[in-house]
Design a protein. Structure first.
Length: 304
């Protein structure tokens, strides 16, 4: 690894990338876990690495290294470089996976939800800390062991990372397909129940069905689905008794049809949830807004 970039050996660049990716994972996981009061394994891949932190830290360091003694330039440069990287990464991931892995739309002064002023200003502080505290410590750590040993470790880590990334990317594409199937199913059953005049609007039906998807654990979702099925059937029977919309034969036929439709929906939905592998479940658990972001993405592009 004698290749150099911006005067730094490729060996050190790759080493720093993985160290910063690990530190970024520690930060993300600790921050989210404390907020949710339970352990949450953050990051796109399954292993303890958040590549966007590694890429960001190394890129910022290499680009701003000539200005290492000027704190003002480091701060402003960090804001600009990190913000550009965050925007590009967010945009690319949404285009590839049709959903957002983070969204700043709820914050003031955001740009399309990919970046926000507050976060960008925070990147500036991080950049100053990077040069003054983190980089000296990381450099010290990567100099603790001989380069020959480090190169062997890097080869092993890169192989494991590549396998993990491929597995995670495959799972993410699978999640997108699952989200699409569920959306189609939800639209079909909503349309059917609305045409049966159970509720005045589709929104009322959809709100009730969304409570099923809100449960991350499959068993909880199945139980909630059973409750909703019973609610729909009781409402159908109450409306029939109150308004006499159908004669007896038509009522029995319509009731059987509705039970069949609801049972088919429940089976398909349950099958999709149960077939999710451990990687997909980890992603949904770590990023519970993924399905809602997929809905927004699909709705937006259906209008275009």
């Amino acid at each position: 690894m004698d290749i150099e970039i911006a005067g730094v050996s490729l060996y050190y660049i790759i080493s720093w990338f993985f160290v910063y990716s690990f530190l970024g994972w520690l930060w993300e996981t600790a921050y989210v876990s404390v907020r949710k009061k339970k352990f949450v394994n953050r990051g796109f891949i399954n292993g303890p690495l958040c590549a966007i932190y590694g890429m960001g830290a190394v890129s910022i360091y290499l680009i701003l290294k000539p200005f290492g003694d000027n704190l003002a330039v480091l701060y402003i440069g960090g804001v600009v470089v990190a913000t550009i990287l965050e925007y590009i990464t967010g945009w690319l991931m949404e285009k590839i996976f049709h959903t957002r892995w983070w969204d700043y739309s709820h914050r003031k002064y955001n740009l399309q939800g990919y970046i926000s002023l507050g976060t960008s200003l925070g990147w500036g502080v991080f950049t100053v800390l990077l040069f003054e505290v983190l980089q000296p410590a990381v450099s010290w750590f990567t100099d603790l062991y001989p380069q020959k040993i480090g190169e062997i470790l890097l080869i092993v880590i890169m192989i494991l990372y590549a396998l993990d990334f491929i597995t995670s990317a495959w799972a993410a594409f699978g999640l997108t397909k699952n989200f699409a199937k569920v959306e189609d199913m939800m639209e079909d059953i909503t349309q059917y129940l609305h045409s049966s005049r159970l509720y005045e609007t589709k929104e009322e039906i959809r709100e009730r069905l969304e409570t099923v998807r809100a449960h991350i654990r499959t068993q909880e979702a199945v139980e909630r689905l059973s409750v909703r099925r019973q609610e729909f059937m009781e409402r159908f029977e109450a409306l029939f008794a109150e308004k006499h919309l159908l004669d007896e034969d038509s009522y029995l036929s319509k009731k059987a049809e509705m039970e069949q439709k609801l049972d088919e929906f429940a089976k398909k939905y349950t099958d999709i949830r149960k077939k999710q592998n451990i990687v997909k479940k980890r992603m949904v658990y770590a990023y519970p807004e993924l399905k809602n972001q997929f809905k927004k993405y699909r709705k937006k592009h259906q209008k275009e």
